[in-house]
Design a protein around this ligand. Structure first.
Ligand SMILES: Cc1ncc(C[n+]2csc(CCOP(=O)(O)OP(=O)(O)O)c2C)c(N)n1
Ligand SMILES: [Mg+2]
Length: 558
């Protein structure tokens, strides 16, 4: 049998991982890969509204499945995806970004073509896309087999995007050599560790934990990126150690777990006692690398001195002044589980509670009465997608029912991410619904993806919080700036206008209407889109002190 073309081989080799969708926008230079996806029976094309949306959708899919494929065309396409790919790089999401490029006969002769500056130069964009990836390759028939192995290995090892260029001519020529049939992602050992380092590191960690009076664990989202959620649960159960989560790491562990002390966010922790419990621990095991970013720490109000922390990163472990290198998260967890002993937990927690159910049927909808009802609507298998903005603050502090996943893009924080990301999450989440909560301003950036959702009908419930403003911005600047006012959109009419058939759509202004539509959604099996009116007046400006804590503009006193 003849070898497959470079483009078809790439499609097949990536689909061996178990990926079943390709998010993208076609383009002439990308036809060889676009055609290959059509030919590859295990992959389905998802025709996104634009490349930025496609990159966000691939991001969402990869967060749940473990990896994703994005396909764009040279220059104009790949550059439109760049913000999304930078987000994937930052948030450790392995997306294979395949870019179709002009043929090597064109680049060799430096012909002037479309999607270039007209200068016969073809290297103008490659370095930009490369900077949003941990590995890159330009495929030829001769190098495709080995380069694709290298790219897959590196992207999964680093949990970061890969940039793969397929010149149009290469794409159509059969690969040279013996094609490889790859394993599904769950079977792949992503990192290779040095066993003696892992063993010594695990002994070092267990020794320090046993010597501590009241140790505590802070697990990080990187564990999920490497598919280690179950191993983390095994470790927590085997040791009985108490643990907290930062908002960035939400969704990693069941929040009704007896060892869970709460959401740790410095002075803005939930419940507030979590701050003291975490900060009074004499030893903290940071599993994966918690990100002490401004928004994740209540504006750097956390107080965890480095001497009290054991750091387990993806490639090294540090306990005090001892560092072990060439370790791997999966192997370190295995070794810790093997050496685990039960600790007698000494912390007393005021466990997180469901939000109080405020408001009666006739009341106007607002944040106080929306979130408790959302919380009660969620069920096992659902994944909650939180957009950047005011809703992320509410959702990050809200206790999740057991078995509910959570995704947000807190570190990169590009508004508009949530809507397409929820499409990708929904396509990878075969266990339940995907529930998006987005502000209206964020939604305006990418809501053309609703038409794409209508075409594929994923298991998706969307709440658009309409306060008419970039609310969280108003809180940080001053109220009433014209630049924070949004175009007035009848959001609940968008699905119908964009061709979504048999969706539940509603605009709710009262608690009674909200409850009615939520119960319809819970009984139905169709996608839903609900516009929830929220008073703009909720977005009260922050004090000057808080703003200075966030932005540090004042000259500090000597
Ligand atoms: C791509 C991008 N542009 C601008 C910003 C700055 N920004 C952060 S939050 C926000 C407003 C969000 O408004 P909305 O989605 O309506 O949420 P609200 O706070 O009003 O509920 C803006 C403009 C950003 N984070 N990302
Ligand atoms: Mg808003």
């Amino acid at each position: 049998m003849a070898n497959p073309s470079v483009a078809l081989y790439l499609a097949q080799r990536l689909s061996d991982l178990g990926i079943d969708r390709v998010f993208g926008v076609p383009g002439d230079y990308a036809f060889s890969f676009d055609d290959a996806v059509e030919e590859c029976t295990s992959l389905k094309w998802v025709a996104c509204a634009n490349e930025l949306n496609a990159s966000y959708a691939a991001d969402g899919y990869a967060r749940r499945f473990g990896a994703a494929i994005l396909s764009t065309t040279y220059g104009v396409g790949e550059l439109s995806a760049l913000n999304g790919m930078m987000g994937c790089y930052t948030e450790r999401v392995p997306v294979f970004h395949v870019v179709g490029a002009p043929s090597r006969r064109i680049t060799h002769q430096k012909l002037i073509t479309h999607h270039t500056h007209g200068d016969g130069v073809f290297g103008n964009f490659e370095h930009l896309s490369q900077s949003a990836s941990c590995v890159s390759a330009v495929l030829t028939p001769a190098n495709a087999i080995s380069e694709i192995e290298r790219v897959i290995h590196e992207a999964l090892k680093n949990a970061r995007p890969a940039y793969i260029v397929v010149p149009m001519d290469s794409g159509k020529i059969p690969v040279i050599g013996t094609p490889i049939k790859g394993a599904p992602i769950a079977k792949i050992q992503r990192q290779i560790a040095v066993p003696s380092e892992v063993e010594a590191a695990a002994d070092g960690i267990m020794g320090a934990l046993k010597a501590a009076k009241n140790p505590l664990v802070l697990p990080s989202m990187l564990l999920q990126r490497y598919g280690l959620k179950e191993k983390l649960a095994d470790f927590l159960n085997a040791t009985n150690l108490p643990f907290a989560l930062t908002p960035m790491d939400k969704g990693l562990v069941n929040e009704n777990h007896s060892g869970f002390v709460g959401m740790y966010k410095g002075g803005s922790s939930t419940p507030p006692s979590t701050q003291d419990i975490v900060e009074s621990a004499d030893l903290i095991l940071d599993l994966g690398g918690v990100v002490f970013e401004d928004l994740n720490t209540g504006l750097w109000s956390s107080n965890l001195t480095p001497e009290r922390m054991i750091k387990v990163s993806d490639t090294w472990v540090q306990v005090g002044h001892k560092v072990w290198i060439d370790t791997a998260l999966s192997e370190v967890l295995d070794a810790l589980i093997a050496k685990a002993t039960k600790f007698a937990s000494k912390v007393k927690t005021d466990q997180m509670q469901p939000l109080a159910l405020k408001g009666v049927a006739a009341d106007a909808t607002n944040s106080e009465n929306f979130y408790p009802r959302l919380q009660r609507m969620l069920r096992q298998g659902d994944v909650l997608v939180a957009e950047t903005g005011t809703c992320m603050i509410h959702l990050g502090a809200m206790q999740l029912p057991d078995g509910v996943g959570y995704e947000s893009q807190m570190l990169w924080g590009s508004i508009g991410w949530g809507t397409p990301a929820s499409l990708g999450v929904a396509m990878a989440n075969k266990e339940g619904r995907t529930v998006l909560v987005t502000g209206d301003g964020s939604h305006q950036l990418t809501y053309n993806e609703i038409g794409v959702m209508g075409r594929y009908n994923p298991n998706l419930v969307i709440f658009v919080l309409n306060n008419g403003i970039y609310g969280i911005e108003d809180v940080l600047s001053e109220m009433g700036h014209e630049y924070d006012d949004l175009a007035q959109v009848d959001y609940h009419k968008v699905p119908e206008a964009m061709g979504c058939k048999n969706w539940i759509t509603a605009k709710v202004t009262t608690v009674g209407e909200l409850e009615a539509v939520m119960s319809r959604i819970n009984q139905a099996n169709s996608p839903a889109y609900v516009e929830v009116m929220i008073p703009a007046a909720e977005s009260a400006p922050k004090s000057e002190d808080i703003k200075d804590r966030a932005y540090k503009l004042r000259t500090p006193a000597a």
